[in-house]
Design a protein around this ligand. Structure first.
Ligand SMILES: Nc1ncnc2c1ncn2[C@@H]1O[C@H](COP(=O)(O)OP(=O)(O)OP(=O)(O)O)[C@@H](O)[C@H]1O
Length: 246
């Protein structure tokens, strides 16, 4: 479980948000939505202390991540996987080596063990048989899936997705949505998804956090979102041109 308590963050005179508090339960998929610049990316960077707040706490397993010293901080960060926007694969490495990279960097596994884990991860994202291909030879959706295999290879407890469906066609977006759901289920991963894709939110999220007016404006389940009459939330959602009550 991740508890976000009274977080406040500013850059100089630019107040991003203040007093943001909510909890993310084990196994949940929380979508973070809000207009450009409202501080979605800044918020997720606080979860694993890649950024520090002006005040407030992020509690994981009873400990405030901002109080952790070097070794505990490193261990805590290893519990997070990140799927970066645009996949961020290493162009010079093939699929196998991209996925193997965290294993080589963070573990002492031998070649056979690495190979077994990479092959298993490839199957999980439905990409068996592509281990020799370079990122340039893969479609956008396939690259996203390789990135997902890499992000989950160390079996993280928490997975942060940064715009997982941006730039993908509707069918490929749907494949990625299904994968996010199956990762959460099969690996019991707690997922935090930064997205502008309301369609995806309705498919994958269990909870939704809406940032607006320099704070957390609304937080609730997807069912509550569908029934909500919160004006700002509905105006944001309808601007995405997606009918949520269909
Ligand atoms: N390292 C930084 N230094 C200074 N200001 C920053 C930094 N990172 C983010 N900001 C500012 O914080 C605010 C929130 O940025 P953030 O990237 O979190 O927005 P966002 O909601 O993720 O936007 P988008 O939807 O466009 O990706 C913006 O005003 C941005 O300029």
């Amino acid at each position: 479980m991740i508890e976000i308590r009274n977080l406040k963050k500013s850059f100089g005179s630019n107040l991003v948000w203040e007093d943001v508090s909510f909890s993310i339960e084990q196994g949940e998929t929380v979508a973070i939505i809000g207009r450009s610049g409202c501080g979605k990316s800044v918020l997720v960077k606080h979860l694993n202390a890649l950024m520090y707040p002006d005040s407030g706490e992020v509690i994981i397993d009873g400990r405030n991540v901002f109080d952790l010293e070097y070794i505990s901080l490193r261990k805590m960060r290893q519990r997070f996987g990140v799927l970066f926007q645009g996949s961020a694969l290493f162009d010079s490495l093939n699929t196998f080596e991209n996925i193997a990279f965290p294993l080589r960097y963070f573990t002492e596994l031998n070649e056979e063990e690495i190979s077994d884990k990479v092959m298993e991860a490839l199957e999980l994202v439905n990409l068996a048989g592509t281990s020799e291909k370079s990122p340039a030879e893969l479609s956008g959706g396939m690259r996203r899936r390789v990135a997902l295999a890499r992000a989950t290879i160390l079996q993280p407890d928490f997975l942060i997705y940064d715009e997982p469906t941006s730039g993908l066609d509707p069918k490929t977006s749907e494949e990625i949505n299904q994968l996010i759901i199956s990762m959460a289920k099969n690996l019991n991963i707690t997922s935090i998804v930064v997205t502008h894709d309301i369609h995806s939110v309705l498919k994958i999220a269990t909870k939704v956090a809406f940032l607006e007016d320099q704070g957390l404006h609304w937080y609730g389940t997807v069912e509550e979102l569908r029934d909500s009459d919160n004006e700002e939330l509905m105006s944001f959602v309808s601007a995405s041109e997606y009918q949520i009550r269909n």
